[in-house]
Ligand binder design. Sequence first.
Ligand code: CA
Length: 615
Amino acid sequence: MKKNGLIMVLFLTSILMFSQKIERIEPPFWWAEMHNPKLQLMIYGKDIASFQPSISNKSIEITGIIKTENPNYLFIDLNFEKSTAGTFDILLKKGKKELKYTYELKQREPNSAKRKGFDSSDVVYLLMPDRFANGNPANDSHPKLTEKLNRAYLGGRHGGDIQGIINNLDYINSLGATAVWSTPLLEDNDDKYSYHTYAQSDVYKIDPRYGTNDDYKRLADEMHQRGMKLIMDYVTNHWGLKHWMMNDLPTYTWIHQFPGYANSNYRMTTQYDPNASKIDAKYCMDGWFVSTMPDLNQSNPLMLNYLTQNAIWWIEFAGLNGLRVDTYSYNDKEAIAKWTKSIMEEYPNFNIVGEVWMYDQAQISYWQKDSKIGAIQSYNSNLPSVMDFTLHNAIMTVFNEENPNWNDGMIKVYENFVNDFLYPDINNIMVFAENHDTPRIHHLYNGDVKKYQLAMTLLTTIRGIPQIYYGSEIGMTGDKNLGDGDIRRDFPGGWEGDAINAFTQEGRTAKQNELFNFTGKLFNWRKEKSVIHYGKTTHYIPENNVYVYFRYNESEKVMIVLNNSQKEQTISLDRFKESIQPHTKGFELFSEQQIDLSKGTLVIPAKSPMIIELK
Ligand code: CA
């Protein structure tokens, strides 16, 4: 027994010695001629820090070697200023032992640096890939990933994937949406609820249950062929507990650690509240979002570099047109400003929208690039786009407020735009009625088509970038009080054998077609309307729950009338003279009727929108 044991130990030791290898290099490849010629490679392998790195190509300079207290990581700083596309060898030497990794510097796609981000000329379609369409039933479960298909459970994996999105791009395109924001697709190996995919376990890999990295690139290519844009949902604030690095952290300060466990208090106001206590601010930013999501420490420069390079890697690899950044205001605010700046310097025409979920416009505008509110505290996030959560908050209730008090009904919407002076870039604000974290509007409006039409007309004609949540265009509903699964149900027709296929006109019910046709008409009309994309706004104090506003530029003018009351209204046009003149006629989009504006009054049916292009 003793002898066998000794042999076993020798055997295992020799395996360890000879199995010494580079387990990972991240980023796994890079590109020549990037704006920023520097790259920090992370090399992972048993005792890798005891090796001395060198590069086979003399034009590539190692400018720094960084080691942490964990000998299994080695960070090397490279400068590619004098390099062209091609491969080179990274050599790691320790005595007689030598490890080699052939690294590739790829050629960039033409115009990669000039890529155009999504903007106010777009309509964004937000979808959850697990719940949209199952284009490949063979990938529904994966042997190496814990959570398996369970479509019967609202919190389980339902099998939707990238192929399902590709299969239905023509549907999204026909609706008139021009960009897709898919919730995250990177690997998430959580035991449960992995379908939301915000607890990622490998950020260089598409979750195999959605497809492959190449499938993701194919999705972007298919979209670009249709003139559409792809937005990646990026998570800088946290990873999943099952992330491979969590078993062997590069350094203690890679994540925020506490004695025991600390949850975030979610009070983002502590980021700028001059009266906040230090402990409250610390627990907001450093506490974990939930116990399965370790909070990343972006103030550690190695960690921040890792996140910056990872985001740029995906933009360059897949050909992305934008990022939506999850929980933006939970990050270390100085570090996330650097992260954002690095990406925008690499791609000056790109766009990044941050989730800044607060119901106060001064606080939302604080997070937009060059904010004067942020400047009060010498802060500039560099974030081009924010989300209009105050408008969302108003939309959730106003169309149910038919006999409003002084402060209810359309006045809430009007007052939202009163504060537009707070935003440095008023066109670069995402406007939405709902998203994957909120109640669905068809639930809030009890399926009332008229209320939906008013909400969508508002979103489509006001300043900003409209975002629609998948399925609203065909009446999908969901109650947040029943859990997140209820607001994230499967799109009908996305699965073989579905009773209804709402992806096709023939498959849709009469009501689904009514909703789809209305939405499609609105979105397709908006596509070519630069007056809506970039025009100015004049609005009028709502009277009798009727909100009237004009969008205009030097060559075009559009009058929008939203009658939120339950009565037909006759409005006097005299009050709008300053906006209407010198026009006397208009064309109304929905009725396709000429409107005579010289008559002095306009009749608008109960609970209805009008879009009048002035002639
Ligand atoms: Ca599938």
